[in-house]
Design a protein around this ligand. Sequence first.
Ligand SMILES: [Zn+2]
Ligand SMILES: [Zn+2]
Length: 310
Amino acid sequence: MEKRRPTFEPLLHALDLFGDRWSLLILQSVFLRVRRYDDIRARLGISPTTLSARLRALVDAEVLEQAPYRTPNRTRMEYRITTRGLPLWQLLVSIWFWEKTWVPGRAAELPRLVHLDCGTAVTPELACTECATPVRPREIGAVRNQTAPLSLTSNRPSGGSLAGKGITDPLVLFHTALDIMGDRWSIALLTFAFMGVNRFSGFQRELAIGPGVLAGRLRKLVRVGVLTVGRRGDPTAYRLTAKGLALFPSLAFVLHWCQADFPPDDPSILTVRHRGPNHPFVPVLRCPRCGGLLGRDNTRIDPPTVGGNA
Ligand SMILES: [Zn+2]
Ligand SMILES: [Zn+2]
């Protein structure tokens, strides 16, 4: 068996899969039970070439699987989430609630998530599986046990704008969140920011990125308000804002998906721990009302209420 090289490959693999707005929207569609090729295409207004390529990548990664169904004339394929893909529900819900909370006007447009066990519309909170308590970003420590810069080799364009395609489903139109979470460089930069990197040179050490691309991405992250630069008397330091810190659940689920993918007998390339109690951190979504865990099977998606609370 081929020995794994000590690189940051699990994160690379995840970024390659999810650092792309179309892949996230295709996964979201299948989770919402829009499973057939033509239905996904109609929902997203995506080109057949792009849709086929992304579906193939998601099937190759064993996140989706194909299942045949009969039409009057022939057998066609629909797509289902695999066991391996199921935890990605929490990633998508985290992205959805970040947008709902932080992008003006979106609270009223986006649907509500109802926890069936307690019957309330909730904003999920991030919790630690091991001790079942809600966690904040500062309580989680991630250490990268690797010194070579992370190289994002495949530079696939992340897909064109959804504007002007007649798309009306508010869950498809995640302009701001997908601008960040659908872009692999942005996810990587924010991950390192959470790990304490705060200078241009620091990001360059961690990431094999050209100075022009790095400067452009940092500018974008400052413009959308998730990073700030030059505060507290230090003109070159980047910091996560409250809006940026709120992306932590989404990033935690991306990282966890990488970790879960990694064989347990391999010394971990990235260690993520709950600092206080000092145990491995496995993220879950929890209901702030009753404390129960939130999953696809015990929640319902309701149309938004006027005023858009919860
Ligand atoms: Zn814990
Ligand atoms: Zn509840």
